[in-house]
Design a protein around this ligand. Structure first.
Ligand code: GLA
Length: 511
């Protein structure tokens, strides 16, 4: 297999990158989930008083499975067959539930804390977004297929929730494609979808019927980045429309706001986001707000204050297809470390270094191509995002997931790091040339640690307890392999492949 891949690489002789790629096998490390029930995903969930509630208990294990939830607040019920908790909570407060999932092999239990208050997104969002594979070709069918795939692949059982339409669902003024032409707004001024989305309400109903949530995109400017109608001077109406359509998530993309902003001072940068979040706060439905303005004006310092539940920290990670590996290290690792972004993210408001660019992506020439990230770079990508407490939004083709890509997206012990309820983002604790150690504090007092090698050759990377701020023996567990590696006294070192990672969790040991 390796030889065959190398021959293809050499035959096409594209570049050193393709030859490097050919030497690396895509090794699946994530063990397959067992047949016994396991409840996965977030352990804390925020909702506002009176908003429609939907939380699908994510669980792996053999079906049929039955679900229960003890301690449900008044107004909520659980469907024992699907595990969906629905209803409305009328009283603010914190509720501690015990979720249960049972099949013929036993019962799994897990606590879930529901916080009914003002804050949504108490853990980073998990889902799928259409942009990096479908860009301007997105349609109702693509979104329905994505929702189906999120269920069929089992991603929903690992905590993935959001199915998000990116740009290109609205009318595009001046387009010569008949599907994108039409009246941008109806007689009341409410925004219309284009002909590829004949019935938005039916689409979100469909997504919700799968136990999932639906996301939409617009710009505060007159047009979106791809030239479709934006929300400028119609912000109230557009939010009302999204609510009436039944959306749960809004990505608000700066783009043409540039032309109407009257400058790039802090007040101008913040204004459209303050406005939209005030409008969202008045709605009878929860919508998570993602700020997309590429990190301008050090958005991390004020993204939370203006009402964002997450903010993009840099430009488009996949802006250039070939540039993705470089962008991963530049915008993923270096922008974060240089700005100490761990100081800004936390429950309700997260740093967003952009989507998971795995599997099949748009090649920006009308077709699709496999991610240019090598297998080890893909491990680094997902591991870093979990250490940073970044949203896990996959943006490759969810209907064409190979085993390797799915294994990267569905490792529950890795996802547990991302979704840890303490919500404290990790940081770079050591950098020695190309070798970096990143660490994140977790709720149970343990630490997730990533040993990264950004160099061109395999290298030994060392995580030293004193640099991590711990002392005494630690049980080290390899999270990708889900295997304990032993007890270590003052450091742990591992051979890490080119551009790869070893991701571990350290727990205090009594011996
Ligand atoms: C910008 C955003 C991307 C995507 C496109 C859509 O570039 O940063 O994430 O939404 O617009 O046009």
């Amino acid at each position: 297999m390796r030889l065959k891949l190398c021959l293809i690489g050499l035959a096409t002789v594209l570049s050193w990158a393709s030859i490097g790629l050919c030497a690396e096998e895509a090794v699946v490390l994530t063990p397959k989930p067992g047949p016994a029930p396991r409840i996965n995903g977030a352990r804390i969930f925020g909702v506002r008083q009176g908003s429609p509630f939907l939380f699908a208990i994510p669980a792996t294990g053999e079906r049929p499975m039955t679900f229960a939830a003890e301690g449900l607040p008044e107004g909520l019920k659980v469907d024992p067959k699907t595990g969906r908790i629905t209803g409305r909570i009328e009283r603010r407060g914190e509720y501690s539930l015990i979720l249960k999932a049972s099949n013929r092999l036993g019962t799994a239990a897990k606590t879930l804390k529901i916080v009914c208050g003002d804050t949504l997104a108490l853990t980073p969002h998990m889902g799928w977004n259409s942009w990096y594979v479908w860009e301007n070709r997105v349609s109702d069918k693509i979104m329905r297929d994505a929702a189906e795939a999120m269920v069929a692949t089992g991603m929903i059982d690992h905590g993935y929730q959001y199915v998000n339409i990116d740009d290109c669902w609205a009318v595009k003024p001046g387009s010569n494609d008949p599907a994108l032409q039409g009246e941008p707004r109806d007689e009341r001024g409410m925004i219309n979808s284009n002909k590829r989305f004949p019935d938005m309400k039916a689409l979100t109903d469909y997504i919700h019927s799968k136990g999932l949530k639906a996301g939409i995109y617009t710009s505060p400017g007159p047009t979106t980045c791809a030239g479709h109608v934006g929300a400028w001077e119609h912000e109230d109406q557009d939010v009302s429309r999204f609510i009436e359509w039944g959306f749960d998530f809004l990505k608000y993309d700066w783009c043409s706001y540039e032309n109407v902003a009257g400058g790039k001072g802090l007040a101008e940068l913040q204004k459209p986001y303050r406005l939209v979040s005030r409008i969202l706060a008045r709605q009878p439905r929860d919508m998570v707000l993602n700020l997309c303005q590429y990190g301008m004006g050090r958005v991390w310092e004020w993204g939370r204050e203006v009402g964002g539940n997450s903010w993009r920290t840099a430009g488009d990670l996949g802006g250039s297809f070939e540039g993705i590996p470089a962008a991963l290290f530049r915008d993923g690792f270096d922008v974060y470390a240089a700005n100490d972004l761990q100081r800004y993210g936390g429950p309700g408001a997260w740093n967003d270094p952009d989507y998971l660019l795995l599997g099949w992506l748009s090649d920006w020439k009308g077709g699709t191509a496999r991610t240019p990230l090598t297998p080890n770079e893909q491990y680094s990508h997902v591991s870093l995002w979990c250490l940073l407490a970044a949203p896990l939004i996959f943006s490759g083709d969810i209907t064409r997931l190979d085993e390797f890509t799915l294994s990267l997206l569905t490792n529950d012990e890795v996802i547990d790091v991302d979704q840890d309820p303490l919500g404290r983002p990790g940081r770079r604790v050591a950098k020695k040339g190309d070798l970096e150690v990143w660490a994140r504090d977790l709720e149970d007092g343990s630490k997730a640690v990533g040993l990264f090698n950004r160099g061109e050759a395999d290298a030994e990377v060392e995580a030293v307890w004193s640099e991590l701020g711990v002392s005494g023996p630690r049980i080290v567990r390899d999270l990708w392999r889900q295997k304990d590696l032993g007890v270590f006294r003052d450091k742990y070192k591992a051979l890490v492949p080119r551009h790869g990672v070893v991701l571990v969790r350290l727990r205090p040991s009594k011996t």
